[in-house]
Ligand binder design. Structure first.
Ligand SMILES: Cc1cc2nc3c(=O)[nH]c(=O)nc-3n(C[C@H](O)[C@H](O)[C@H](O)COP(=O)(O)OP(=O)(O)OC[C@H]3O[C@@H](n4cnc5c(N)ncnc54)[C@H](O)[C@@H]3O)c2cc1C
Length: 406
Protein backbone atom coordinates (compact mmCIF):
# COMPACT_ATOMS: atom_id res chain seq x y z
CA UNK A 1 0.00 0.00 0.00
CA UNK A 2 1.24 3.48 -0.73
CA UNK A 3 -0.47 6.12 1.43
CA UNK A 4 -1.93 6.01 4.93
CA UNK A 5 -5.01 8.16 4.44
CA UNK A 6 -8.41 6.59 5.01
CA UNK A 7 -8.30 4.76 1.65
CA UNK A 8 -4.98 3.06 2.43
CA UNK A 9 -6.10 2.17 5.94
CA UNK A 10 -9.41 0.69 4.77
CA UNK A 11 -7.55 -1.44 2.25
CA UNK A 12 -4.99 -2.48 4.89
CA UNK A 13 -7.83 -3.71 7.09
CA UNK A 14 -9.30 -5.75 4.20
CA UNK A 15 -5.91 -7.27 3.35
CA UNK A 16 -5.39 -8.23 7.01
CA UNK A 17 -8.81 -9.92 7.02
CA UNK A 18 -7.63 -11.97 4.06
CA UNK A 19 -4.27 -12.73 5.76
CA UNK A 20 -2.37 -10.98 2.97
CA UNK A 21 1.06 -9.82 4.14
CA UNK A 22 1.50 -6.13 3.43
CA UNK A 23 3.05 -2.86 4.48
CA UNK A 24 1.62 0.68 4.24
CA UNK A 25 4.28 3.17 3.14
CA UNK A 26 3.48 6.74 4.17
CA UNK A 27 5.58 9.83 3.45
CA UNK A 28 4.40 11.64 6.60
CA UNK A 29 2.23 10.45 9.47
CA UNK A 30 -1.12 8.67 9.31
CA UNK A 31 -3.70 11.13 7.90
CA UNK A 32 -0.90 13.29 6.53
CA UNK A 33 -3.11 15.20 4.08
CA UNK A 34 -5.45 16.26 6.87
CA UNK A 35 -2.50 17.27 9.06
CA UNK A 36 -0.63 19.30 6.46
CA UNK A 37 -2.82 20.33 3.52
CA UNK A 38 -6.12 21.73 4.83
CA UNK A 39 -7.17 25.18 6.03
CA UNK A 40 -7.64 25.80 9.77
CA UNK A 41 -11.42 26.26 9.91
CA UNK A 42 -12.31 23.33 7.65
CA UNK A 43 -14.87 20.87 8.91
CA UNK A 44 -15.89 17.74 7.05
CA UNK A 45 -18.88 18.35 4.83
CA UNK A 46 -20.01 14.80 5.54
CA UNK A 47 -21.78 14.28 8.90
CA UNK A 48 -20.12 12.28 11.67
CA UNK A 49 -22.30 9.19 11.17
CA UNK A 50 -21.12 9.06 7.56
CA UNK A 51 -17.44 8.45 8.31
CA UNK A 52 -17.72 4.66 8.28
CA UNK A 53 -14.67 2.51 7.70
CA UNK A 54 -14.48 -1.29 7.74
CA UNK A 55 -14.99 -2.27 11.39
CA UNK A 56 -15.04 1.34 12.64
CA UNK A 57 -17.46 4.24 12.86
CA UNK A 58 -18.69 7.18 14.89
CA UNK A 59 -19.51 6.47 18.52
CA UNK A 60 -20.01 9.98 19.93
CA UNK A 61 -23.21 11.79 20.84
CA UNK A 62 -23.32 14.16 17.85
CA UNK A 63 -23.90 11.94 14.80
CA UNK A 64 -25.20 14.87 12.73
CA UNK A 65 -22.23 17.16 13.49
CA UNK A 66 -19.24 17.77 11.21
CA UNK A 67 -15.71 16.91 12.33
CA UNK A 68 -12.99 19.54 12.65
CA UNK A 69 -9.60 18.69 11.17
CA UNK A 70 -7.99 17.66 14.51
CA UNK A 71 -11.00 15.37 15.00
CA UNK A 72 -10.46 13.78 11.57
CA UNK A 73 -6.78 13.23 12.36
CA UNK A 74 -7.70 11.67 15.69
CA UNK A 75 -10.37 9.46 14.06
CA UNK A 76 -7.99 8.11 11.42
CA UNK A 77 -5.11 7.66 13.90
CA UNK A 78 -7.38 5.65 16.21
CA UNK A 79 -8.49 3.56 13.24
CA UNK A 80 -4.87 2.81 12.26
CA UNK A 81 -4.21 1.73 15.83
CA UNK A 82 -7.36 -0.36 16.13
CA UNK A 83 -6.66 -2.33 12.96
CA UNK A 84 -2.93 -2.51 13.81
CA UNK A 85 -2.11 -1.24 10.32
CA UNK A 86 1.53 -1.99 9.46
CA UNK A 87 2.34 1.63 8.60
CA UNK A 88 5.91 2.74 7.93
CA UNK A 89 5.78 6.49 8.45
CA UNK A 90 8.34 8.94 7.00
CA UNK A 91 8.72 6.61 4.01
CA UNK A 92 8.09 8.66 0.89
CA UNK A 93 8.00 6.48 -2.22
CA UNK A 94 10.36 8.01 -4.76
CA UNK A 95 9.97 5.35 -7.44
CA UNK A 96 7.72 2.44 -8.31
CA UNK A 97 8.86 0.27 -11.20
CA UNK A 98 7.79 -3.10 -12.63
CA UNK A 99 10.20 -5.87 -11.60
CA UNK A 100 10.42 -9.62 -11.92
CA UNK A 101 7.08 -11.08 -10.67
CA UNK A 102 5.95 -7.77 -9.23
CA UNK A 103 7.29 -4.35 -8.37
CA UNK A 104 10.34 -2.60 -6.98
CA UNK A 105 9.60 0.26 -4.59
CA UNK A 106 12.21 2.77 -3.48
CA UNK A 107 11.61 4.97 -0.44
CA UNK A 108 13.79 7.41 1.44
CA UNK A 109 14.29 4.74 4.11
CA UNK A 110 14.86 1.64 1.99
CA UNK A 111 13.76 -0.54 -0.91
CA UNK A 112 10.99 -3.10 -1.14
CA UNK A 113 9.95 -5.87 -3.53
CA UNK A 114 6.32 -6.91 -3.70
CA UNK A 115 3.89 -8.85 -5.84
CA UNK A 116 1.10 -6.25 -5.84
CA UNK A 117 0.76 -2.54 -5.13
CA UNK A 118 -2.21 -0.39 -4.18
CA UNK A 119 -1.89 3.30 -4.97
CA UNK A 120 -3.73 5.15 -2.19
CA UNK A 121 -1.79 8.38 -2.44
CA UNK A 122 -4.87 10.55 -2.79
CA UNK A 123 -6.58 12.56 -5.52
CA UNK A 124 -5.64 15.95 -4.12
CA UNK A 125 -1.83 16.16 -3.84
CA UNK A 126 -1.31 19.29 -5.95
CA UNK A 127 -3.42 22.42 -6.45
CA UNK A 128 -4.71 22.65 -10.00
CA UNK A 129 -3.92 26.24 -10.95
CA UNK A 130 -4.77 27.46 -14.48
CA UNK A 131 -1.96 28.56 -16.78
CA UNK A 132 -3.31 32.14 -16.84
CA UNK A 133 -2.00 32.50 -13.28
CA UNK A 134 1.34 33.37 -14.89
CA UNK A 135 -0.19 36.60 -16.24
CA UNK A 136 -1.26 37.98 -12.84
CA UNK A 137 0.41 41.39 -12.33
CA UNK A 138 3.29 41.18 -9.82
CA UNK A 139 1.73 43.44 -7.18
CA UNK A 140 -1.27 41.09 -6.80
CA UNK A 141 -0.46 38.20 -4.46
CA UNK A 142 -1.63 34.72 -5.43
CA UNK A 143 -2.26 31.69 -3.26
CA UNK A 144 -3.88 28.32 -3.85
CA UNK A 145 -6.41 26.64 -1.57
CA UNK A 146 -3.69 24.09 -0.77
CA UNK A 147 -1.48 26.76 0.84
CA UNK A 148 -4.28 28.82 2.36
CA UNK A 149 -4.73 28.37 6.12
CA UNK A 150 -6.65 31.45 7.34
CA UNK A 151 -7.42 35.05 6.27
CA UNK A 152 -4.56 36.49 8.36
CA UNK A 153 -2.18 35.18 5.69
CA UNK A 154 -3.68 37.63 3.19
CA UNK A 155 -3.02 41.36 2.80
CA UNK A 156 -5.85 43.68 3.70
CA UNK A 157 -7.96 44.59 0.68
CA UNK A 158 -10.00 42.85 -1.96
CA UNK A 159 -9.66 39.17 -2.85
CA UNK A 160 -10.65 37.46 -6.09
CA UNK A 161 -11.54 33.85 -5.29
CA UNK A 162 -11.57 31.72 -8.42
CA UNK A 163 -13.77 28.62 -8.25
CA UNK A 164 -17.15 28.18 -6.55
CA UNK A 165 -17.30 24.55 -5.47
CA UNK A 166 -17.04 23.41 -1.85
CA UNK A 167 -13.57 24.90 -1.34
CA UNK A 168 -14.14 28.23 -3.14
CA UNK A 169 -17.47 28.98 -1.50
CA UNK A 170 -16.17 28.16 1.99
CA UNK A 171 -13.08 30.31 1.55
CA UNK A 172 -15.04 33.19 -0.05
CA UNK A 173 -17.34 33.17 2.99
CA UNK A 174 -14.49 33.13 5.52
CA UNK A 175 -12.37 35.75 3.75
CA UNK A 176 -15.25 38.15 3.13
CA UNK A 177 -16.28 37.92 6.78
CA UNK A 178 -12.68 38.80 7.74
CA UNK A 179 -13.23 42.24 6.21
CA UNK A 180 -11.56 41.59 2.84
CA UNK A 181 -14.19 42.19 0.14
CA UNK A 182 -14.48 39.09 -2.06
CA UNK A 183 -15.27 38.81 -5.75
CA UNK A 184 -16.06 35.20 -6.62
CA UNK A 185 -15.45 33.82 -10.11
CA UNK A 186 -18.09 31.17 -10.77
CA UNK A 187 -17.95 28.45 -13.42
CA UNK A 188 -19.88 25.18 -13.56
CA UNK A 189 -20.94 24.20 -10.05
CA UNK A 190 -23.26 21.81 -8.22
CA UNK A 191 -25.72 23.48 -5.85
CA UNK A 192 -27.32 21.64 -2.92
CA UNK A 193 -29.09 22.57 0.31
CA UNK A 194 -27.34 21.47 3.50
CA UNK A 195 -30.62 20.26 4.99
CA UNK A 196 -33.64 19.15 2.94
CA UNK A 197 -36.98 18.22 4.45
CA UNK A 198 -35.34 18.19 7.87
CA UNK A 199 -32.56 15.73 6.91
CA UNK A 200 -28.96 16.31 5.86
CA UNK A 201 -28.54 16.15 2.07
CA UNK A 202 -25.92 13.44 2.65
CA UNK A 203 -28.56 11.40 4.49
CA UNK A 204 -30.75 11.57 1.39
CA UNK A 205 -27.86 10.70 -0.95
CA UNK A 206 -27.11 7.70 1.23
CA UNK A 207 -30.69 6.51 1.82
CA UNK A 208 -31.78 6.82 -1.82
CA UNK A 209 -28.76 4.81 -2.96
CA UNK A 210 -27.37 7.71 -5.05
CA UNK A 211 -24.02 7.40 -3.27
CA UNK A 212 -23.89 3.70 -4.18
CA UNK A 213 -24.41 4.27 -7.90
CA UNK A 214 -21.75 2.25 -9.69
CA UNK A 215 -19.15 3.53 -12.16
CA UNK A 216 -20.20 1.01 -14.80
CA UNK A 217 -23.85 2.06 -14.61
CA UNK A 218 -23.46 5.74 -15.56
CA UNK A 219 -23.51 7.01 -19.15
CA UNK A 220 -20.40 9.19 -19.31
CA UNK A 221 -18.08 8.16 -16.49
CA UNK A 222 -15.24 10.43 -17.66
CA UNK A 223 -17.47 13.48 -17.39
CA UNK A 224 -18.97 12.42 -14.07
CA UNK A 225 -15.48 11.91 -12.65
CA UNK A 226 -14.63 15.49 -13.59
CA UNK A 227 -17.74 17.04 -12.01
CA UNK A 228 -17.05 19.67 -9.35
CA UNK A 229 -17.78 18.86 -5.70
CA UNK A 230 -21.16 19.72 -4.17
CA UNK A 231 -21.31 23.32 -2.88
CA UNK A 232 -21.50 22.24 0.76
CA UNK A 233 -19.95 23.19 4.08
CA UNK A 234 -20.04 21.60 7.51
CA UNK A 235 -20.96 24.15 10.15
CA UNK A 236 -22.45 23.79 13.63
CA UNK A 237 -25.51 25.74 12.40
CA UNK A 238 -25.92 23.38 9.41
CA UNK A 239 -25.99 26.42 7.10
CA UNK A 240 -26.56 26.15 3.37
CA UNK A 241 -23.57 27.88 1.81
CA UNK A 242 -24.69 28.60 -1.74
CA UNK A 243 -24.19 31.64 -3.94
CA UNK A 244 -27.29 33.35 -2.49
CA UNK A 245 -25.79 33.02 0.99
CA UNK A 246 -22.59 34.62 -0.29
CA UNK A 247 -24.21 37.52 -2.14
CA UNK A 248 -26.34 38.00 0.99
CA UNK A 249 -23.19 38.97 2.94
CA UNK A 250 -21.88 41.15 0.10
CA UNK A 251 -19.72 38.82 -2.03
CA UNK A 252 -19.79 39.89 -5.69
CA UNK A 253 -20.22 37.21 -8.36
CA UNK A 254 -18.50 37.25 -11.75
CA UNK A 255 -18.32 34.59 -14.48
CA UNK A 256 -15.68 31.95 -15.04
CA UNK A 257 -12.24 33.51 -15.47
CA UNK A 258 -11.34 33.32 -19.15
CA UNK A 259 -8.00 35.14 -19.29
CA UNK A 260 -5.74 37.83 -17.89
CA UNK A 261 -4.33 40.34 -20.30
CA UNK A 262 -2.56 43.66 -19.74
CA UNK A 263 -3.38 43.55 -16.06
CA UNK A 264 -7.10 42.91 -16.60
CA UNK A 265 -8.99 39.75 -15.71
CA UNK A 266 -11.66 38.76 -18.20
CA UNK A 267 -14.72 36.76 -17.24
CA UNK A 268 -16.97 34.74 -19.48
CA UNK A 269 -20.59 35.79 -19.94
CA UNK A 270 -21.84 32.40 -18.78
CA UNK A 271 -22.63 33.29 -15.16
CA UNK A 272 -26.41 33.42 -15.64
CA UNK A 273 -26.41 30.14 -17.55
CA UNK A 274 -24.16 28.33 -15.08
CA UNK A 275 -26.34 29.42 -12.17
CA UNK A 276 -29.58 28.53 -13.96
CA UNK A 277 -28.14 25.10 -14.81
CA UNK A 278 -27.06 24.51 -11.20
CA UNK A 279 -30.56 25.48 -9.98
CA UNK A 280 -32.15 23.16 -12.52
CA UNK A 281 -29.94 20.21 -11.57
CA UNK A 282 -30.48 20.81 -7.86
CA UNK A 283 -34.26 20.82 -8.37
CA UNK A 284 -33.96 17.60 -10.36
CA UNK A 285 -32.06 16.02 -7.45
CA UNK A 286 -34.67 17.24 -4.96
CA UNK A 287 -37.40 15.85 -7.25
CA UNK A 288 -35.69 12.45 -7.24
CA UNK A 289 -35.52 12.60 -3.44
CA UNK A 290 -39.23 13.51 -3.21
CA UNK A 291 -40.23 10.62 -5.45
CA UNK A 292 -38.15 8.22 -3.43
CA UNK A 293 -39.58 9.51 -0.12
CA UNK A 294 -43.12 9.02 -1.42
CA UNK A 295 -42.33 5.54 -2.71
CA UNK A 296 -41.02 4.59 0.74
CA UNK A 297 -44.01 6.07 2.57
CA UNK A 298 -41.87 8.71 4.29
CA UNK A 299 -43.98 11.76 3.44
CA UNK A 300 -45.69 11.80 6.83
CA UNK A 301 -42.40 11.36 8.71
CA UNK A 302 -40.21 14.07 7.18
CA UNK A 303 -40.88 17.76 6.48
CA UNK A 304 -42.87 18.58 3.32
CA UNK A 305 -41.02 19.20 0.02
CA UNK A 306 -39.71 22.73 -0.54
CA UNK A 307 -37.50 24.51 -3.04
CA UNK A 308 -34.74 27.09 -2.61
CA UNK A 309 -34.98 30.52 -4.19
CA UNK A 310 -33.29 30.66 -7.62
CA UNK A 311 -29.70 31.93 -7.57
CA UNK A 312 -29.72 35.70 -7.78
CA UNK A 313 -27.31 37.19 -10.27
CA UNK A 314 -27.05 40.90 -11.08
CA UNK A 315 -28.41 41.68 -14.52
CA UNK A 316 -25.07 42.58 -16.12
CA UNK A 317 -22.21 41.10 -14.09
CA UNK A 318 -18.83 42.64 -14.93
CA UNK A 319 -16.94 40.95 -17.74
CA UNK A 320 -13.62 42.45 -16.70
CA UNK A 321 -11.72 43.52 -13.61
CA UNK A 322 -8.72 45.82 -13.60
CA UNK A 323 -6.15 44.09 -11.42
CA UNK A 324 -3.89 47.17 -11.58
CA UNK A 325 -6.47 49.43 -9.91
CA UNK A 326 -5.49 48.24 -6.42
CA UNK A 327 -8.88 46.95 -5.36
CA UNK A 328 -7.83 43.29 -5.71
CA UNK A 329 -4.80 42.55 -3.54
CA UNK A 330 -4.92 38.75 -3.68
CA UNK A 331 -6.14 36.05 -6.05
CA UNK A 332 -6.99 32.74 -4.42
CA UNK A 333 -7.14 29.77 -6.78
CA UNK A 334 -9.79 27.34 -5.60
CA UNK A 335 -9.74 25.58 -8.95
CA UNK A 336 -9.36 22.01 -7.79
CA UNK A 337 -6.63 19.51 -7.11
CA UNK A 338 -4.80 16.74 -8.93
CA UNK A 339 -2.78 13.70 -7.92
CA UNK A 340 1.03 13.62 -8.01
CA UNK A 341 2.45 10.57 -9.79
CA UNK A 342 5.89 12.02 -10.50
CA UNK A 343 7.40 8.91 -8.85
CA UNK A 344 5.35 6.34 -10.77
CA UNK A 345 7.42 4.57 -13.41
CA UNK A 346 4.74 2.17 -14.63
CA UNK A 347 3.18 3.30 -17.95
CA UNK A 348 -0.44 3.55 -16.84
CA UNK A 349 -1.08 7.29 -17.04
CA UNK A 350 -3.34 8.84 -19.66
CA UNK A 351 -2.43 12.07 -21.43
CA UNK A 352 -3.97 14.08 -18.60
CA UNK A 353 -1.73 12.38 -16.06
CA UNK A 354 -4.50 10.27 -14.52
CA UNK A 355 -4.18 6.54 -13.90
CA UNK A 356 -6.11 4.49 -16.49
CA UNK A 357 -8.21 2.00 -14.60
CA UNK A 358 -11.38 -0.04 -14.62
CA UNK A 359 -12.97 0.50 -11.24
CA UNK A 360 -9.55 0.70 -9.54
CA UNK A 361 -7.99 -2.23 -11.44
CA UNK A 362 -5.21 -0.83 -13.63
CA UNK A 363 -4.09 -2.43 -16.87
CA UNK A 364 -0.79 -3.43 -15.22
CA UNK A 365 -1.41 -6.77 -13.45
CA UNK A 366 -1.14 -6.48 -9.67
CA UNK A 367 -1.45 -2.68 -9.59
CA UNK A 368 -4.56 -1.16 -8.02
CA UNK A 369 -5.90 2.32 -7.32
CA UNK A 370 -8.04 3.66 -4.44
CA UNK A 371 -9.57 6.96 -3.36
CA UNK A 372 -10.37 8.60 -6.72
CA UNK A 373 -13.54 10.42 -7.70
CA UNK A 374 -16.22 7.85 -8.69
CA UNK A 375 -13.57 5.08 -8.74
CA UNK A 376 -16.22 2.36 -8.32
CA UNK A 377 -19.13 4.28 -6.83
CA UNK A 378 -20.34 7.87 -6.52
CA UNK A 379 -19.07 7.88 -2.91
CA UNK A 380 -15.60 6.49 -3.75
CA UNK A 381 -13.62 9.64 -2.87
CA UNK A 382 -15.42 10.08 0.45
CA UNK A 383 -14.28 8.46 3.67
CA UNK A 384 -17.56 6.56 3.58
CA UNK A 385 -16.78 5.12 0.15
CA UNK A 386 -13.45 3.48 0.93
CA UNK A 387 -14.88 0.41 2.69
CA UNK A 388 -16.91 -0.97 -0.20
CA UNK A 389 -14.16 -0.23 -2.73
CA UNK A 390 -11.50 -1.83 -0.50
CA UNK A 391 -13.64 -4.96 -0.09
CA UNK A 392 -14.12 -5.29 -3.87
CA UNK A 393 -10.51 -4.55 -4.77
CA UNK A 394 -9.01 -6.73 -2.04
CA UNK A 395 -11.09 -9.62 -3.45
CA UNK A 396 -9.60 -8.93 -6.87
CA UNK A 397 -6.10 -8.59 -5.41
CA UNK A 398 -6.42 -11.84 -3.43
CA UNK A 399 -7.54 -13.69 -6.59
CA UNK A 400 -4.62 -12.15 -8.51
CA UNK A 401 -2.06 -13.29 -5.92
CA UNK A 402 -3.55 -16.77 -5.84
CA UNK A 403 -3.50 -17.14 -9.60
CA UNK A 404 0.00 -15.58 -9.88
CA UNK A 405 1.36 -18.10 -7.39
CA UNK A 406 0.15 -21.13 -9.37
C1 LIG B 1 -10.50 20.28 1.03
C2 LIG B 1 -11.03 18.89 1.08
C3 LIG B 1 -12.14 18.60 1.86
C4 LIG B 1 -12.66 17.31 1.91
N1 LIG B 1 -13.74 17.06 2.69
C5 LIG B 1 -14.22 15.80 2.78
C6 LIG B 1 -15.31 15.48 3.63
O1 LIG B 1 -15.90 16.34 4.23
N2 LIG B 1 -15.72 14.20 3.72
C7 LIG B 1 -15.11 13.19 3.03
O2 LIG B 1 -15.52 12.02 3.17
N3 LIG B 1 -14.10 13.47 2.19
C8 LIG B 1 -13.65 14.75 2.05
N4 LIG B 1 -12.61 15.03 1.20
C9 LIG B 1 -12.20 14.01 0.23
C10 LIG B 1 -11.31 12.95 0.72
O3 LIG B 1 -11.72 12.40 1.96
C11 LIG B 1 -9.91 13.39 0.83
O4 LIG B 1 -9.40 13.80 -0.40
C12 LIG B 1 -9.08 12.27 1.38
O5 LIG B 1 -7.99 12.84 2.00
C13 LIG B 1 -8.72 11.23 0.37
O6 LIG B 1 -8.29 10.09 1.07
P1 LIG B 1 -7.18 9.20 0.53
O7 LIG B 1 -6.85 8.22 1.59
O8 LIG B 1 -7.57 8.71 -0.82
O9 LIG B 1 -6.01 10.23 0.29
P2 LIG B 1 -5.20 11.09 1.35
O10 LIG B 1 -5.94 11.34 2.59
O11 LIG B 1 -4.68 12.26 0.59
O12 LIG B 1 -4.04 10.08 1.71
C14 LIG B 1 -2.99 9.81 0.82
C15 LIG B 1 -1.75 9.56 1.65
O13 LIG B 1 -0.71 9.17 0.76
C16 LIG B 1 0.48 9.79 1.20
N5 LIG B 1 1.38 9.86 0.04
C17 LIG B 1 1.23 10.59 -1.08
N6 LIG B 1 2.26 10.40 -1.92
C18 LIG B 1 3.10 9.52 -1.30
C19 LIG B 1 4.35 8.93 -1.66
N7 LIG B 1 4.97 9.20 -2.83
N8 LIG B 1 4.93 8.06 -0.78
C20 LIG B 1 4.32 7.76 0.40
N9 LIG B 1 3.14 8.32 0.79
C21 LIG B 1 2.53 9.18 -0.06
C22 LIG B 1 0.05 11.13 1.71
O14 LIG B 1 0.99 11.68 2.60
C23 LIG B 1 -1.28 10.80 2.38
O15 LIG B 1 -1.16 10.49 3.75
C24 LIG B 1 -12.06 16.30 1.15
C25 LIG B 1 -10.94 16.60 0.36
C26 LIG B 1 -10.43 17.88 0.32
C27 LIG B 1 -9.23 18.16 -0.52
Amino acid sequence: MIGAGHAGLAMSRCLTERSIDHVVLERGEVANSWRTERWDSLRLLTPNWQSRLPGFGYEGDDPDGYRTIPEVVDFLSRYAEMIAAPVQTRSRVSSLTPADKGFAVVTQTGSWRCRAVVLATGACNIARVPAIAAAVPPHVATISSMDYRNPRQLDEGGVLVVGASATGTQLADEIHRSGRPVTLSVGEHVRAPRVYRGKDIQWWMDATGLHDERYDAVDDIDRVRRLPSLQLAGSPERRTLDLNALTGIGVRLVGRIAGISEGKAQFSGSLHNNCAMADLKMNRLLGTIDEWATSKGLDGEVDPPHRLAPTEVESAPPLGLDLQAGRIRTILWATGYRPDYSWLEVPILDRKGQVRHDGGVTEHPGLYLMGMQFLRRRKSALIDGAGDDARDLSDHLAAYLKQASI
